[in-house]
Design a protein around this ligand. Structure first.
Ligand SMILES: Nc1nc2c(ncn2[C@@H]2O[C@H](COP(=O)(O)OP(=O)(O)OP(=O)(O)O)[C@@H](O)[C@H]2O)c(=O)[nH]1
Ligand SMILES: [Mg+2]
Length: 208
Protein backbone atom coordinates (compact mmCIF):
# COMPACT_ATOMS: atom_id res chain seq x y z
CA UNK A 1 0.00 0.00 0.00
CA UNK A 2 1.20 3.49 -0.81
CA UNK A 3 1.53 5.68 2.29
CA UNK A 4 -1.32 8.16 2.75
CA UNK A 5 -0.74 11.57 1.20
CA UNK A 6 -2.37 13.07 4.30
CA UNK A 7 0.70 11.97 6.30
CA UNK A 8 2.96 14.39 4.40
CA UNK A 9 5.31 16.59 6.41
CA UNK A 10 8.24 18.78 5.43
CA UNK A 11 11.52 16.91 5.47
CA UNK A 12 14.32 18.85 3.81
CA UNK A 13 15.32 21.46 1.24
CA UNK A 14 17.81 20.57 -1.44
CA UNK A 15 19.65 23.40 -3.17
CA UNK A 16 22.26 21.25 -4.93
CA UNK A 17 22.15 17.92 -6.68
CA UNK A 18 24.88 16.62 -4.40
CA UNK A 19 22.51 17.15 -1.45
CA UNK A 20 19.77 14.84 -2.72
CA UNK A 21 18.84 12.37 -0.01
CA UNK A 22 20.25 8.95 -0.67
CA UNK A 23 17.19 6.83 -0.95
CA UNK A 24 15.57 3.83 -2.49
CA UNK A 25 12.10 5.21 -1.80
CA UNK A 26 9.73 6.15 -4.58
CA UNK A 27 9.23 9.89 -5.08
CA UNK A 28 6.87 12.03 -7.13
CA UNK A 29 7.98 15.47 -8.34
CA UNK A 30 5.71 18.46 -9.03
CA UNK A 31 6.96 20.73 -11.79
CA UNK A 32 5.59 23.71 -13.69
CA UNK A 33 5.77 27.39 -14.45
CA UNK A 34 6.10 29.78 -11.62
CA UNK A 35 2.65 30.57 -10.22
CA UNK A 36 1.02 27.59 -12.02
CA UNK A 37 -0.19 26.19 -8.71
CA UNK A 38 2.33 23.44 -7.80
CA UNK A 39 2.49 24.19 -4.10
CA UNK A 40 -1.29 24.62 -3.92
CA UNK A 41 -1.76 21.27 -5.69
CA UNK A 42 0.54 19.54 -3.17
CA UNK A 43 -1.34 21.11 -0.26
CA UNK A 44 -4.71 20.11 -1.69
CA UNK A 45 -3.68 16.54 -2.52
CA UNK A 46 -2.28 16.15 0.98
CA UNK A 47 -5.33 17.77 2.58
CA UNK A 48 -3.19 20.37 4.34
CA UNK A 49 -3.24 24.13 4.17
CA UNK A 50 0.37 25.18 4.51
CA UNK A 51 2.54 22.20 3.85
CA UNK A 52 4.13 23.56 0.68
CA UNK A 53 4.46 27.32 0.66
CA UNK A 54 1.97 28.82 -1.79
CA UNK A 55 2.57 32.44 -2.61
CA UNK A 56 1.38 35.31 -4.75
CA UNK A 57 5.02 36.29 -5.27
CA UNK A 58 6.30 34.17 -8.15
CA UNK A 59 9.65 32.49 -7.94
CA UNK A 60 9.66 31.97 -4.20
CA UNK A 61 10.56 28.31 -4.28
CA UNK A 62 14.19 28.16 -5.49
CA UNK A 63 15.11 24.69 -4.30
CA UNK A 64 13.69 21.19 -4.19
CA UNK A 65 11.48 20.75 -1.15
CA UNK A 66 11.10 17.20 0.09
CA UNK A 67 7.97 16.07 1.92
CA UNK A 68 7.98 12.73 3.69
CA UNK A 69 5.06 10.30 3.54
CA UNK A 70 4.32 7.46 5.94
CA UNK A 71 3.49 6.97 9.61
CA UNK A 72 4.56 10.01 11.64
CA UNK A 73 7.68 9.73 13.80
CA UNK A 74 8.99 7.00 11.53
CA UNK A 75 11.41 7.31 8.64
CA UNK A 76 9.79 8.31 5.35
CA UNK A 77 8.17 5.57 3.24
CA UNK A 78 8.02 7.76 0.11
CA UNK A 79 8.53 11.37 -0.90
CA UNK A 80 6.75 14.22 -2.67
CA UNK A 81 9.03 16.87 -4.13
CA UNK A 82 8.07 20.49 -4.85
CA UNK A 83 10.38 22.04 -7.45
CA UNK A 84 11.16 25.67 -8.28
CA UNK A 85 8.83 27.21 -10.85
CA UNK A 86 10.30 28.30 -14.17
CA UNK A 87 9.43 31.09 -16.58
CA UNK A 88 9.58 33.75 -13.90
CA UNK A 89 9.84 36.72 -16.24
CA UNK A 90 12.21 38.95 -14.32
CA UNK A 91 14.48 36.19 -13.06
CA UNK A 92 18.11 36.89 -13.86
CA UNK A 93 19.85 34.57 -16.29
CA UNK A 94 21.82 32.79 -13.58
CA UNK A 95 18.56 31.88 -11.83
CA UNK A 96 17.28 30.41 -15.10
CA UNK A 97 20.48 28.45 -15.60
CA UNK A 98 20.28 27.37 -11.99
CA UNK A 99 16.90 25.82 -12.71
CA UNK A 100 18.36 23.59 -15.43
CA UNK A 101 21.28 22.68 -13.23
CA UNK A 102 19.09 21.68 -10.33
CA UNK A 103 15.55 20.75 -11.36
CA UNK A 104 16.33 19.69 -14.93
CA UNK A 105 19.17 17.44 -13.92
CA UNK A 106 17.19 16.14 -11.00
CA UNK A 107 14.35 15.10 -13.36
CA UNK A 108 16.76 13.46 -15.77
CA UNK A 109 18.90 11.63 -13.23
CA UNK A 110 16.78 10.70 -10.26
CA UNK A 111 16.39 6.96 -10.55
CA UNK A 112 13.77 6.66 -7.84
CA UNK A 113 11.39 9.04 -9.61
CA UNK A 114 8.08 7.15 -9.76
CA UNK A 115 6.18 9.88 -11.60
CA UNK A 116 6.07 13.57 -12.48
CA UNK A 117 3.11 15.90 -12.02
CA UNK A 118 3.25 18.84 -14.42
CA UNK A 119 1.03 21.68 -13.24
CA UNK A 120 -0.14 23.97 -16.05
CA UNK A 121 -2.45 26.96 -15.68
CA UNK A 122 -5.32 25.81 -17.89
CA UNK A 123 -5.70 29.34 -19.28
CA UNK A 124 -2.09 29.37 -20.55
CA UNK A 125 -1.82 25.91 -22.00
CA UNK A 126 1.44 24.08 -22.57
CA UNK A 127 4.34 26.48 -23.10
CA UNK A 128 7.81 26.15 -24.51
CA UNK A 129 9.36 25.79 -21.07
CA UNK A 130 6.82 23.11 -20.12
CA UNK A 131 7.81 21.10 -23.19
CA UNK A 132 11.49 21.58 -22.44
CA UNK A 133 10.91 20.44 -18.87
CA UNK A 134 9.04 17.31 -19.88
CA UNK A 135 11.94 16.59 -22.21
CA UNK A 136 14.23 16.14 -19.18
CA UNK A 137 12.08 13.31 -17.81
CA UNK A 138 13.28 9.77 -18.56
CA UNK A 139 10.97 8.10 -21.10
CA UNK A 140 9.69 5.37 -18.78
CA UNK A 141 8.58 7.77 -16.03
CA UNK A 142 4.83 8.50 -16.17
CA UNK A 143 3.61 12.09 -16.34
CA UNK A 144 0.32 13.49 -15.07
CA UNK A 145 -0.63 16.93 -16.36
CA UNK A 146 -2.85 18.88 -13.98
CA UNK A 147 -4.68 21.64 -15.84
CA UNK A 148 -4.93 23.88 -12.79
CA UNK A 149 -7.13 26.84 -11.88
CA UNK A 150 -9.98 25.32 -13.91
CA UNK A 151 -12.34 27.22 -11.58
CA UNK A 152 -11.32 30.36 -13.49
CA UNK A 153 -13.06 29.24 -16.69
CA UNK A 154 -16.70 28.59 -17.58
CA UNK A 155 -17.72 25.17 -18.88
CA UNK A 156 -17.42 25.92 -22.58
CA UNK A 157 -14.09 27.72 -22.22
CA UNK A 158 -12.76 24.93 -20.06
CA UNK A 159 -13.74 22.26 -22.57
CA UNK A 160 -11.98 24.25 -25.29
CA UNK A 161 -8.88 24.79 -23.17
CA UNK A 162 -8.71 21.07 -22.34
CA UNK A 163 -8.97 20.18 -26.02
CA UNK A 164 -6.13 22.56 -26.82
CA UNK A 165 -4.00 21.11 -24.05
CA UNK A 166 -4.66 17.59 -25.27
CA UNK A 167 -3.58 18.57 -28.77
CA UNK A 168 -0.47 20.31 -27.47
CA UNK A 169 0.47 17.20 -25.52
CA UNK A 170 -0.09 14.99 -28.51
CA UNK A 171 2.02 17.31 -30.66
CA UNK A 172 4.84 17.15 -28.09
CA UNK A 173 5.18 13.43 -28.91
CA UNK A 174 6.38 12.40 -25.50
CA UNK A 175 7.33 8.75 -25.10
CA UNK A 176 6.12 8.74 -21.49
CA UNK A 177 2.81 7.32 -20.24
CA UNK A 178 0.60 10.43 -19.98
CA UNK A 179 -2.46 11.51 -18.04
CA UNK A 180 -4.40 14.77 -18.13
CA UNK A 181 -6.88 16.07 -15.55
CA UNK A 182 -8.64 19.37 -15.09
CA UNK A 183 -7.81 20.48 -11.59
CA UNK A 184 -8.72 23.17 -9.09
CA UNK A 185 -7.14 23.55 -5.68
CA UNK A 186 -9.88 25.98 -4.65
CA UNK A 187 -12.87 23.93 -5.85
CA UNK A 188 -11.12 20.61 -5.28
CA UNK A 189 -11.77 19.45 -8.83
CA UNK A 190 -9.78 16.39 -9.93
CA UNK A 191 -8.40 15.82 -6.44
CA UNK A 192 -9.60 12.23 -5.98
CA UNK A 193 -8.43 11.20 -9.44
CA UNK A 194 -5.02 12.81 -8.96
CA UNK A 195 -4.63 11.16 -5.55
CA UNK A 196 -5.38 7.81 -7.06
CA UNK A 197 -2.80 8.23 -9.82
CA UNK A 198 -0.05 9.54 -7.55
CA UNK A 199 -0.85 6.84 -4.96
CA UNK A 200 -0.60 4.19 -7.68
CA UNK A 201 2.83 5.47 -8.74
CA UNK A 202 4.12 5.40 -5.19
CA UNK A 203 2.81 1.89 -4.75
CA UNK A 204 4.45 0.50 -7.87
CA UNK A 205 7.61 2.47 -7.02
CA UNK A 206 7.68 0.45 -3.76
CA UNK A 207 8.19 -2.77 -5.64
CA UNK A 208 11.26 -1.60 -7.56
N1 LIG B 1 -8.35 30.23 -8.46
C1 LIG B 1 -7.33 29.40 -8.21
N2 LIG B 1 -6.16 29.88 -7.77
C2 LIG B 1 -5.15 29.01 -7.55
C3 LIG B 1 -5.29 27.61 -7.77
N3 LIG B 1 -4.11 27.02 -7.49
C4 LIG B 1 -3.27 28.01 -7.09
N4 LIG B 1 -3.88 29.21 -7.13
C5 LIG B 1 -3.28 30.52 -6.77
O1 LIG B 1 -2.21 30.77 -7.67
C6 LIG B 1 -1.11 31.40 -6.97
C7 LIG B 1 0.15 30.57 -7.15
O2 LIG B 1 -0.02 29.32 -6.53
P1 LIG B 1 1.23 28.47 -6.00
O3 LIG B 1 0.67 27.15 -5.56
O4 LIG B 1 2.03 29.24 -5.03
O5 LIG B 1 2.05 28.31 -7.36
P2 LIG B 1 3.48 27.62 -7.59
O6 LIG B 1 3.38 26.91 -8.89
O7 LIG B 1 3.85 26.80 -6.41
O8 LIG B 1 4.42 28.89 -7.74
P3 LIG B 1 6.05 28.99 -7.52
O9 LIG B 1 6.38 28.33 -6.21
O10 LIG B 1 6.33 30.45 -7.56
O11 LIG B 1 6.67 28.28 -8.67
C8 LIG B 1 -1.57 31.54 -5.52
O12 LIG B 1 -2.07 32.83 -5.34
C9 LIG B 1 -2.65 30.48 -5.38
O13 LIG B 1 -3.58 30.79 -4.39
C10 LIG B 1 -6.57 27.14 -8.23
O14 LIG B 1 -6.79 25.92 -8.46
N5 LIG B 1 -7.54 28.07 -8.44
MG1 LIG C 1 5.51 26.92 -5.13
Amino acid sequence: MAPALSSARFETTVARLSQLPESRLAEVAFVGRSNAGKSSAINTLCGQRRLAFASKTPGRTQALNYFALGPVQQPARAWLVDTPGYGYASAPLEVKRGWDQLAGRYLAQRETLAGVVLVVDVRRGLGELDRATLGWVAPDVPILVLASKCDKLGNAQLAEAMRTLEEQLRAARLPNPLGLLSFSATRRTGVDEAREIVGGWLESGDAR
